[in-house]
Design a protein around this ligand. Sequence first.
Ligand SMILES: N[C@@H](CCC(=O)N[C@@H](CS)C(=O)NCC(=O)O)C(=O)O
Length: 218
Amino acid sequence: MTTLYGIPLSPFVRKVCFAMAEKNIDYDLDPVAPFPPHNQSPEFLAVSPLGKIPALRDGDFTISDSSVIINYLDRKHPEINLLPQDAEDCARALWFEEFADTKLIETIGPIFFNRIVKPTILKQEPDQAVIDATLEALPERFDYLEAQLTNGDFLVGDRLSLADVAIGSMLRTHQVAGETIDATRWPQLAAYYERLTNRPAFKTVIAAEERLIASMGG
Ligand SMILES: N[C@@H](CCC(=O)N[C@@H](CS)C(=O)NCC(=O)O)C(=O)O
C-alpha cells in the first residue's frame, strides 16, 4: 500500500499527485495539513522530519520532499518515466523543477497564501500589499517560460517529463489563486497550460482538488 501525506492544494503535494497519476500508481491520500498541530505529530514527523508535506509511505519505506519522492517513484516504477534517460534532457527537466520550486513558488505562493489559505483556513485577513508586490514580480518569470516553450508541446523533449509536472503544478496554484495566464502576452505558456490540464491524469487530480476546495467553502 502506498500513502501520500499532504493536501493537494499544496503545489508540492500536487506535483507528486500529477506524477503518480501520469505513472498510473495507486495510492491513498492522508490529508495532513502543513500547520501545527497536524504536521507536528510524532507519527508524521517520523515520516517527514521537517514537518513538511508531501511525504510518502511505500510499504515499510518512508521518505519526504516532492523532488525526492518523484525521483524514488521514477526508479521504482520506470515503465512511464518522468526523468528523461538522456543526460542533457534529464538535467533540463531537473532545472525546470528547480525553477518551479524556488522561483515560481516565490511569485505565486504568496498570492495563493493570501487569497486562499489565509481567509479560508487560517481565518486571517489577506495582505493586499504582498499580493500586489508579488503580482508585479511574476511577469518576468512568465517571460522566461514563454521563451522556453518553442520546441513543441513540452518543456523538455517530445513527451511529458518532470519539468511539466513541476511547472504545471505551480501554474495550477496560480489558477487556484484566481489568476489566469494572459494569452495575448504569453500565448505559448497559456496554450501549454491548457494542454497540460486537458491530460486525463492532470484532470483526475484537478477534479479531486476541486472537490476539496468546494468542501472548504472556497
Ligand atoms: N522542498 C519541499 C517543500 C515542501 C513545502 O514547503 N511544503 C509546505 C506546504 S506547500 C509545508 O509543508 N510547509 C510547512 C512548514 O514549512 O512547516 C518539497 O519539495 O516537498
